[in-house]
Design a protein around this ligand. Structure first.
Ligand code: GLA
Length: 392
């Protein structure tokens, strides 16, 4: 659906539930796909995501009182959810409104208390539970619209940090900075090469001449992302503590592959050792991948994507059968340069770079194999790399 249509649908939702659209402003913040650098962002490593042209839209208006009223066009059956500015309870929310509330709460934590409430309607076109960061886009969107409506002075990078903080402390998901950063700092036709240890970043053009970026959704329903994700963080921290007894590092992202191999034996638990190996190797792989992309060596970039998947599957163990079937089948199709799971894992999507003339074959072979092995359909999206948040 085009931007104008999404905006119109969002305004229509606002009109339906709140009566009129007098003085309402509209906003957008994107979802993201990560090209490479997975589970490195809380290990002081590098990531290489890009913002997408799909994301979350909002229509918002300040109120005279302290009430908050939320409505999601996507979850219309939940109706209008009411709250007020004085009733925030971190870690106790059970609806989608925990995301905007978490951001409002974080603003207040930082001395930016809202002087009055608001009516907020949201409407997203990121497929549900796809791992393309619908929650980060909603967090960045909320920060962006609060800044605009209430006149706060904040950079987009600060909006990303606020989104992450709210996700960590209000929603109990111990995520890194990648998703919110990609959403807040997105740039059309560019990926963001971000050093998560320093937040220094550069934009790298994603010029895929004759290629397409295809996201394939496993459509897997039940996934226990939160707890397994937090487990991986703990294991990474445990590995870091062991390594710090023999070398001076602040994060796993500071080690070369060779240094890691040299010191790895100090990590007693073989599972924890494999987790750390992934974090270190994936970070260095990301550096090499960005070099390859800059040099126009797409085949090399694709190979590194495949290696990334194998490492996430075998060492970090955040893949799942559905993701493996998608990636491993893609690898067998001539014209596929690379394919890997993207995002946190345990479900969600793969990202593949496919030659234009091989796209039809890729879809046909992957769809068929997936249905045969998994028993239901996957979905394909030819995605475009878009800009960060905007007022529409
Ligand atoms: C999720 C988190 C990110 C990042 C990825 C894995 O998307 O929100 O911070 O850790 O998983 O790379």
């Amino acid at each position: 659906m085009a931007v104008s249509e999404m905006k119109e649908k969002t305004l229509q939702g606002f009109r339906e539930v709140f009566g009129d659209t007098e003085g309402v402003s509209c906003y957008f913040a994107p979802g993201r796909v990560n090209l490479i650098g997975e589970h490195t962002d809380y290990n002081g490593g590098h990531v290489f995501p890009c913002a997408l042209t799909i994301g979350t839209y909002a229509a918002a208006r300040k109120r005279a009182d302290r009430k908050l009223r939320f409505y999601s066009v996507n979850l219309a059956s939940q109706g209008v959810i009411e709250s007020d500015l004085d009733s925030f309870v971190p870690l106790h929310e059970d609806s989608w409104t925990a995301y905007p509330k978490g951001v409002i709460w974080t603003f207040a934590e930082r001395g930016m208390t809202l002087p009055c409430g608001l009516d907020l309607v949201i409407n997203g076109n990121i497929p549900n539970g796809s791992g393309l960061s619908s929650s980060a886009s909603l967090e960045v969107l909320t920060g962006f619209l609060l800044r605009d409506l209430y006149g706060f002075t904040l950079t987009n990078q600060e909006l990303a940090l606020i989104g992450q903080y709210s996700e960590n402390h209000y929603n109990g998901m111990n995520c890194g900075i990648m998703d919110q950063f990609a959403s807040a700092m997105g740039k059309r036709d560019h990926a963001i090469f971000l050093d998560t240890a320093t937040l220094r970043f550069e934009y790298a053009p994603v010029v895929l001449q004759g290629m397409e970026l295809i996201v394939t959704n496993t459509n897997k329903k039940h996934k226990l992302v939160g707890s397994a994700y937090n487990d991986r963080r703990r294991e990474s921290e445990e590995a870091l503590r062991a390594l710090q007894t023999v070398c001076r590092i602040r994060t796993l992202g500071e080690l070369s592959d060779a240094d890691f191999d040299h010191y790895a034996a100090v990590i007693q638990d073989p599972v924890v050792r494999r987790r750390a190996k992934h974090a270190v190797y994936e970070n260095n792989r990301t550096l090499r991948a960005v070099e390859a992309l800059k040099a126009g060596e797409l085949a090399r970039f694709g190979e590194l994507m495949n290696q990334s998947h194998i490492s996430l599957r075998d060492d970090y163990e955040v893949s799942c059968r559905e993701l493996d079937v998608l990636a491993e089948t893609a690898w067998t199709v001539p014209g596929v340069l690379g394919s890997r799971m993207t995002g946190g894992g345990f479900g969600g999507c793969t990202v593949s770079i496919v030659q234009e003339d091989a796209v039809a074959r890729f879809r046909e072979i992957v769809a068929e194999k997936y249905r045969q092995e998994i028993g239901y359909d996957c979905s394909f999206y030819a995605v475009s790399v878009g800009d960060g948040p905007a007022k529409l």
